[in-house]
Structures are given as C-alpha cells and as structure tokens.
Design a protein around this ligand. Structure first.
Ligand SMILES: Cc1ncc(C[n+]2csc(CCOP(=O)(O)OP(=O)(O)O)c2C)c(N)n1
Ligand code: SF4
Ligand SMILES: [Mg+2]
Length: 295
C-alpha cells in the first residue's frame, strides 16, 4: 500500500443509531488487534452503507443488496482477510433477501452487521420488510401505511440449517452491542462461519423508535435457563417473545457447522490470493492469458 486516506466524518443525522454501530466495529477491530490492511468492509446502499468511509480499512460500496455475495467471494479469494458486511434492513432483507438465505446456508467466514431501522432512510422513509403493520413514517406526507406483517430476521436465520451465530443488539445499549459485534468478528475470523448481528438502529428522521424500542427490548443473555446452543428451543422462545411484543436482545444462537471456506478450499483448490505469483508456472500462464486478449 503506498497511500493511506483519513476516514471521512459520518454524514448521518445527529442521533442516528448507526453512530453506535460504527463505534462498536472500530472497538471490535481494536480489541482483536486486526491490522487496518487486513480489514475489508463491504457496504450496501443506504445511509448505513456509508459506514466503511468512516474507519480505517479497505472498503467497497457494492450494488444494492449484494453485500453478502461480495463478502463471500472476497473471503474465498483471500481467507486471511477479516471480511465484514454492513448495510441496512432494506438492503439486506428486501432486495438482498435471497442472498441472506444462501449466506446463512453456506456459512462463510464473514461478519454481517445489519442496521435495522425499519425504514429506507436514504430514500426518505418508505416501509422496509421490518416495518410493523400499520406503520407510517414520522415526517413525509404521501407515503402509504404499511399493510404487511414485519419480518423477524433472527427467526428466519434460526430456521435455516447451517447458520451458526445469530445475535441482536440495540444501539441504545452500547456495552452489549460491543460484545456481540466483537463476538461476531471472532466467530467469523476463527473459521466458524458467518457471525450475524442485527442491530436495532433508530432512524431519528423517519422512524424515531428509541422510546418504543427502549420499552420493548428484552435481554435474553440474562434469562435463566435460556440455551443459546439449541436451535429449536431458541426458535420457540423467540416466537413466544414476538407474540408478547418483545424485542429479544443478546446472543440468540451459537452453534457449530463447517464454514464455507473450510469445506471448499484445500491444497488442490487454493484461494487465489494465496498462490505464489513468483512461481514460473503461473507467470507463463499469466502471460499466456494476457496474450489471448490481444487481437
Ligand atoms: C437497484 C437499486 N434499487 C433501488 C435503489 C434506491 N435505494 C437507495 S437506498 C435504498 C434503501 C435503503 O434502505 P436501507 O437498506 O434500510 O438503508 P438505510 O438508508 O435505512 O440505512 C433504496 C431502495 C438503488 N440505489 N438501487
Ligand atoms: S435519515 Fe435516518 S438512517 Fe439516514 S442518517 Fe438520518 S437518522 Fe440515520
Ligand atoms: Mg433501513
């Protein structure tokens, strides 16, 4: 690397929950001693998708909804990188929803942090898949009431065999948020697969949910007898809490399943970035490939 850039200041509204997520991610990188050149942060489209500009890392602003396939490709190309996906609920659960399913199923060594504010913040407050039925944004006129039930992405993750780390945090509870984000980074870096954290991150401009969420959050980490290693009992408990209108926070599930890179990379199928480029065999193949483009 010959040039470094100073991270820019966030463009978010004062009070946006995404500030807390940025702080937790920086804290996690520092706590685990991950050097800047080994951090690769892939961001979605939306207010949340600007986060990678505000910390020291390699960053990539991907197409709307394509955070997870991009992260998966990067991890397979160079498993030595710490790959982190960041984005919004619109990005990850609407246009990117199909990719979320397959990422849970494939379990790549990627940390994925979703800033869920129940709305499309950047495009001025339309309902996202996590907006509750009957919701209407707090500021703009002409946006119709949401007629659909909200999606619970943690329950979605629990229903997919292969998912290994499912957590929910709240931007208004920074200590727990920090612990869960650092846990997801550790999980994904140490070959256990995808570390997923959904962060309830209020949009103060279009869905100022701080007061409502503060009264509804429920700390599963301190519930006696809760077993975060049992998927089916975790699913039933999440379902009960949903019926009671609660928002469970904490490490909801942590299990074991081989990571995508562990099952697909081997001595024979080596990650592209780990090939010895000085090797004469590759040098001639590279020259040959380049020549094939000359007409
Ligand atoms: C293919 C495509 N479709 C639509 C858009 C318009 N668009 C920009 S951001 C966004 C939604 C952002 O919502 P979310 O992911 O929740 O992020 P937030 O702004 O709330 O952080 C949409 C629909 C786009 N940029 N690209
Ligand atoms: S519009 Fe909402 S999501 Fe976007 S920066 Fe402002 S508070 Fe955050
Ligand atoms: Mg959003």
């Amino acid at each position: 690397m010959t040039k470094t850039f100073t991270p820019s200041r966030p463009i978010w509204c004062a009070g946006c929950g995404d500030f807390g997520v940025l702080h937790a991610l920086i804290g996690g990188f520092e706590e685990l001693g991950i050097p800047e050149h080994e951090r690769f942060v892939v961001a979605g489209i939306g207010c949340s998708g600007t986060l990678q500009n505000n910390l020291s890392c390699y960053g990539y602003h991907t197409l709307h909804g394509r955070v997870l396939p991009t992260c998966t490709g990067a991890k397979l190309a160079n498993p030595e990188l710490t790959v982190v996906g960041v984005g919004g609920d619109g990005d990850g659960y609407a246009i990117g929803g199909g990719h979320l399913l397959h990422a849970f199923k494939r379990n790549p060594g990627v940390a994925y942090i979703v800033m869920n504010n129940g709305t499309y913040g950047l495009t001025k407050g339309q309902a996202s898949p996590t907006a509750p039925e009957g919701w209407q944004n707090s500021s703009s006129k002409g946006v119709a009431q949401n007629l659909e039930e909200d999606l619970d992405p943690i329950m979605f993750g629990l229903s997919i065999p292969g998912s290994t780390y499912l957590a929910r945090a709240y931007a208004g509870q920074p200590a727990q948020l920090q612990r869960l984000v650092t846990g997801a980074l550790e999980h994904s870096r140490h070959g256990h697969g995808m570390g997923y954290v959904e962060v309830l991150s209020p949009c103060v401009t279009y869905n100022d949910s701080y007061r409502d969420w503060r009264t509804r959050v429920y700390d599963i980490d301190s519930e006696d007898g809760y077993d975060s290693t049992n998927k089916s009992s975790a699913f039933s408990r999440m379902s009960e809490l949903r019926d009671e209108g609660r928002l469970p926070l904490g490490l909801i599930y942590k299990g074991t399943h081989p990571s995508l890179e562990a099952v697909s990379l081997s001595k024979k199928y080596k990650a592209p970035a780990l090939h010895d480029l000085e090797n004469e065999r590759f040098e001639s193949a590279f020259e040959e490939a380049l020549e094939s483009y000359i007409v």
